[in-house]
Design a binder for this molecule. Structure first.
Ligand SMILES: *Cc1c(COP(=O)(O)O)cnc(C)c1O
Length: 433
């Protein structure tokens, strides 16, 4: 009997990265050609994939007063931000550095919301001076500091309180944020009191309410539970005479890394809008803060095999990308697809641990992967658009990878590979005896 052909590899959730004529393409370009021109490790992003992800949210929210604020910590490279700004997105930021990036990418300040538990006075001042749309305040203490900073500047700071609805997002504990006992938000049962306090401060203007329950959420249930809890609060806060102009329902929608089946953004929002309508809140302005679901599957990381190292207990495939480029496996034991750029039938497939050159046993990209590969071959690490480059480090004095953006049959280098001189530019030679 003829041996069954192995199924062609594919990258989960990433239809803009597809195999044709025996090799991986991104939109209208060969991934191998990009790697030859720009070297590896190389992040490659598809503009069409990002636009399709935004369009799914826009479809779901059609006819509503809604603003999609891209949570830029997922991937904050300037050209990526420009893609989202041009697609009509605002931005969710979590630092002064992200504020400057958003402005540099051409974001309208009033379309920026500022989240995060540890905003400094300097960050607040700058955000007030440029006129951002809303501060998502995470504690009573922050309310008082923001009030003081705004009064010093003679302005009123627009605020939402981030409330913690105490629902389980059923995701990894490190990326679950809506449960009692984590550092985010104001507890549900303290929220009304905090709103009364906010409304009493002359440097603040209460404009909305905010919640964000976690990341990589793969079912609608936790969202509906959080929405119900937030609407209960909205009703109580407005009954106390404090009108809320907008509802910010955060981000967190998951993507397919490895068989997950998260709802599509439009399906999620149809369900959310139905619940909002049923409770009589359908005409309220909505803000969303999606990050991962807009970029995660719009990017891959291309890496080259350096060595094969078969062993008694484990076979190692040593590649030129590492935990400093792709930190999620080391941080969360996350799973990324790893697929050959040019699948080959001339060497037998074996089971490999795919690891990088960094001197840590935690430096692995994938474990027990069936691959036919030899030194010099290119591999594509899937779902690498979100929380990879933005979390990359210089550990082991490794410069950050280059990034290329592809639209149709055109490619643009959007971040040059860092040189060693870039890495020590801020350092000073020893001047003491
Ligand atoms: C990280 C974060 C987001 C985005 O989360 P994703 O899971 O990437 O969609 C949104 N809002 C806040 C406050 C965040 O911290």
């Amino acid at each position: 009997m003829p041996r069954a052909e192995p199924p062609p590899p594919y990258l989960p959730g990433a239809p803009h990265f597809a195999y044709c004529d025996g090799e991986l393409w991104v939109e209208g370009l060969r991934v191998a050609d990009l790697a030859r021109e720009h070297g590896t490790p190389l992040f490659v992003y598809s503009v069409a994939a990002m636009r399709a992800a935004v369009a799914a949210y826009q479809r779901g929210l059609q006819g509503r007063d809604a603003l999609i604020c891209y949570a830029m910590k997922a991937n904050s490279t300037l050209a990526i931000l420009e893609v989202f700004a041009r697609a009509g997105c605002g931005f969710d930021i979590v630092s002064g550095g992200e504020l400057e990036r958003a402005l540099r990418a051409g974001a309208a300040p009033e379309r920026i919301v500022f989240s995060g538990v540890g905003k400094t006075r300097a960050e607040m001042r700058r955000a007030l001076q440029v006129g951002i749309g809303c501060f998502n305040v995470e504690s009573r203490a922050e309310l008082d500091v923001l009030d003081a900073v705004a009064r010093e500047l003679g302005v009123r700071a627009p605020v939402s309180l981030r409330v913690n609805p105490d629902v389980d997002a059923q995701t990894h504990p490190y990326i679950s944020t809506g449960l009692k006992g984590n550092k985010f938000g104001i507890a549900h049962d303290e929220a009304l009191d905090a709103y009364r306090h906010a409304a009493s401060l002359s440097g603040l203007s209460v404009v909305g309410i905010d919640c964000h329950i976690g990341s990589q959420i793969t079912s609608i249930g936790p969202y509906l539970d959080a929405l119900d809890r937030v609407l209960d609060l909205v009703e109580a806060i407005e009954a106390a005479g404090i009108p809320l102009h907008h509802l910010d329902l955060g981000g967190g929608l998951g993507i397919e890394y490895h068989g997950e089946q998260p709802p599509a953004a439009d399906a999620l929002w149809q369900a959310m809008l139905a619940r909002l309508d049923a409770r009589g809140h359908g005409r309220r302005r909505l803000l969303l803060e999606p990050g991962r679901s807009l970029v995660g599957n719009a990017g891959i990381c291309v890496t080259q095999v350096l060595y094969t190292k078969p062993g008694a207990a484990k076979n190692f495939l040593i590649v030129d990308a590492a935990m400093n480029d792709l930190p999620r496996p080391a941080m969360y034991e996350a799973w990324h697809a790893i697929a050959p750029v040019r699948p080959r039938a001339d060497v037998p497939a074996r089971t490999w641990d795919v690891v990088g050159p960094v001197c840590e046993s935690g430096d692995w990209l994938g474990r027990d992967r069936e691959l036919a590969a030899q030194p010099g071959d290119l591999l594509a690490v899937g779902s690498a658009g979100a929380y990879c480059m933005s979390m990359a480090s210089h550990y082991n004095t490794r410069g950050k990878a280059a990034e290329v953006l592809v639209s149709g049959a055109r490619a643009q280098l959007i971040r040059a590979r860092e040189t060693v001189a870039d890495l020590w530019r801020q350092e000073r030679a020893l001047a003491l005896d």
